[in-house]
Ligand binder design. Sequence first.
Ligand code: CO8
Length: 259
Amino acid sequence: ENNFQDILIERHGSAVLHIALNRPDVRNALRNHTLLEITRVLGDAEMDDSIRAVVISGNGKAFAAGADINEMAQLSAIDTQLDVRPQYWRAIAGFSKPLLAAVNGYALGAGCEMLMHADIAIAGRGAKIGQPEINLGTIPGAGGTQRLIRTVGKPLAMKMVLSGEFISADEALAAGLIAEVTEDEATVARTLALADTIAAKSPLALRLAKESMLKSYELGLDAGLQFERKSFSLLAASDDRREGIEAFKAKRPAVFTGR
Ligand code: CO8
């Protein structure tokens, strides 16, 4: 399974795929090839009905310390504009199944942006999260000026992007950037356990729930509510909804098929 240079992939149980960034020497800096590998794995996971949730993690010292500065520094303005990189980010953002991030250590620059591409991030107490691109004389390039402000609001987003200062896991939790703080040793296990919980739900309901929630970034309230209503109505036709209701009445766990 592991024909990758920059990542390790592992099945956790039957339904969760774990992607571990694996360039510890450069604090998991996300070069283009790393994003290509992640995109390939997510593309395969998209088609594989047995995979119901994906967890992405780094290692002890870093989730990811940003884009690969050495790689980026080579690119001219035109190279940068023509770069394939935004397509990788778009593919990651378009992944239809639940994507969870287990964040220990540094989540900086593109690492913070990767965290924000996850649907749910859980961070260890010692995590340091930031957008330090300003220190390099540049700005975030993978949604950091857009997603961060939508997620944490203007005051903190401006502080982080304009000063480059890092925030702690507790601050990130208070700001709504992450969903939980754990002990550092427990981050990956807790995130995998939450992924297990999610993976047992109806895949179709998960997909429509994620899609509807992400639409809230794009649509006004009325259009968003209409989108939600159509998804909600569609689910009334699903085997999984019938199964969920039957299982509830029979006081047994539901077994969802994704139909
Ligand atoms: N890219 C490439 N290499 C990196 C990166 C990175 N983002 N981060 C760390 N490394 C390398 C270091 O150069 C060092 O290499 P070497 O061992 O050869 O000296 C190795 O990883 C270990 O790093 P440190 O010794 O610094 O390890 P520490 O644990 O003491 O510190 C830090 C870790 C705080 C993460 C520190 O390495 C750091 O500040 N890294 C850079 C963080 C950063 O600025 N990230 C934003 C990147 S920019 C981005 O994401 C998008 C815009 C890119 C535009 C670039 C234009 C030039």
